[in-house]
Write a protein that binds this ligand. Sequence first.
Ligand code: BGC
Ligand code: BGC
Length: 736
Amino acid sequence: MDKQAITNLLKKMSTKEKIYQLVQLAGGFYSEDEAVVTGPKEKLGISDEAIANVGSILNVRGAEETRALQKNYLAKSDAKIPLLFMADIINGYDTIFPIPLGQGATWNPELIKAAAAVAAEEAAVSGIHVTFSPMVDLVRDPRWGRVMESTGEDTYLNSVYAQSFVEGYQGEMIVGKNVAACVKHFAAYGAPEGGREYNTVDMSERNMREYYLPAYQAALKAGAKMVMTSFNTVDGIPATGNKWLNQDVLRKEWGFEGILISDYAAIKELEDHGIAEDAEQAAKLALEASVDIDMMTSVYAKNLEKIVVKDSEMAKLLDQSVLRILELKNELGLFENPYRGADTEKAKAVILSKDNRKLARKVVSESLVLLKNQEVLPLKSTQKIALIGPYATSPFLSGSWSFSLKTERTVTLEQAFSEVLPAENLLVAPGCLTVEPELIEASFGQYFPAEKTLFDEEGELVKALEAARKSDVVVMAIGEHYLQSGEGGSRGELTLPRVQQKLISAIKALGKPMVGVVFSGRPLELKAELPLFDSLLTVWFPGTEGGHGIADVVFGKVNPSGKLSMSFPYSVGQVPVHYNEFNTGRPLTESGHSKRFTSRYTDMPNKPLFPFGFGLSYTTFSYCDFKLSETQLVPGDKITATVEVTNSGKIAGTETVQLYIRDLVGSIVRPVKELKGFQKIFLQPKETRKVSFEITEEMLRFYTRELTYQSESGEFTVFIGSNSEVAKGINFILCK
Ligand code: BGC
Ligand code: BGC
């Protein structure tokens, strides 16, 4: 359709038809089974007429199902405007990639783009039109369970990945290959007080603009078609009813013309926040904030009509929202072909294909971060290996947000190890449950896994000890339960579950070399485990090809190269702990005051256990001959920073060379370091490569005292190194 045809269509629509376009319901409402439908329908209090005419549906899966739904819908709906199907394709559709925090550790934007393209194709052939991804919320607090969905704590790195995800999903918007991206959660959802899910977010506008907003903006610059609001407050006003955030910043300042969708039930929650006294006021606040789609409530469906008949300004807003929805449907070609890419045959060929699995395996191996290695890794297939711990055999390797939980398609560690080792060299024993049974019962509710009843605690421990005794080396596959992270997965403690701590101590007492393979949806507190293990590898929730990707690294087929994109705290008491902090007036190391009166803890270090950018390799890299081409920079010109990096070890490996800059004096306080660039290089043993970065005035801009985005003349320090704790820098002056 051309633009005029869309406008004409809008003119012909009744007010009710328009309003229904703004409503999104879950696929369950369209089941054939009356019993499945009635419960949710009553809970939501939504009419059959609304259900028959909604504009979009979320989280249905499969080409057959989406096609059938669309067909039925078009037969029954009045306006016959095709449905949009949206879904949470967070880290893959059926081929599940590592959780985004793991993808963040690859420092490989091209690889992440390729992974997103695979997810998009699997989704597109299944009839999905929009993915609720990327989630680009900046995160500094690992207590929050959703850090797993983010790529980490850094504004620059998150922005780079935001672009990769969007470009991967949307590509050229080819039917059967691409889907539209919905960036979320706008805004600052990643900073809830105390790390507690859905809690208050309160930060200065400066902090938000400087650190939190750029990644959303990067996703939009890359062309993301949609934005999702967040659940939290922003300066006292919930994001979903926040006119300043959505109208002034998102639409007017950034020029976003696409669809803004509420998060799940977030419009209704304006009442619980205490900003709307009833559903009608909630509807009004959300529409005024230009929220186009009401996800999973009846607030718009039941209240907008009253509002728009009274108020012509609101009627205009309604029209604008409908137009945005129709435009996306048109852009996707749904008016010509409402089934778009949905194709059962193609789905069979594409989903979980050999190539997709191969890529997933590669992403896994690049996402692993080697935290410690006292030369136990890599292992050899000639060694007798005891694979112990709850993740030894678990197929729950995909994290809580994977769209598909096809555990039978997931490669477990046991499976992958058995492909490498002769049978007599592999001894497997889980040894304990993932978490203590009381915890499962208390906090996981409906997700209560069956493992509890099947377990003989003492017997399993005996088997694990036996296996360890017979082995040359123990690999302990440990970590938090996958339901301890993700949405609603906040934790007050970041340690390993107690049952696993007990298992580790029991095995440690045998004195065998121990390798820890740690699964998690967040940075865990590992200070107690660090001295117990000879080698420690953090593997996130790695997804479908988890076992293979981990085995590739453990047995040295792949040399690990992952680097943390989020600090691992020494203790939860330091949280939030992030590399780009302020110096304070009394920095620990440079202050003239006695140590007592400096910015520090009396009972623990200031530094995290493992800093941002950190990750080891089976080889070593040395940095030398670091220099700047000039000592002065003028706008429009550039300085080149160079360093020579040598693989000083015995095997080939990949290093991520990181560029950080510090602005020494500003009109507002500037961080001690900010990531400004990185390059991932592969070096043969003894090979040296000159790595250079260009530094321009644009890279030095920030929100100044007046909240204008610009650079300020003065002195800067440049650092190049292998993680954020690189200490030696060189200065230059910016002259404007
Ligand atoms: C989450 C979103 C998600 C939505 C739809 C919400 O609970 O916060 O991230 O996209 O549900 O499933
Ligand atoms: C303390 C103040 C105190 C001042 C003079 C400072 O170190 O922060 O509270 O009044 O010393 O003793």
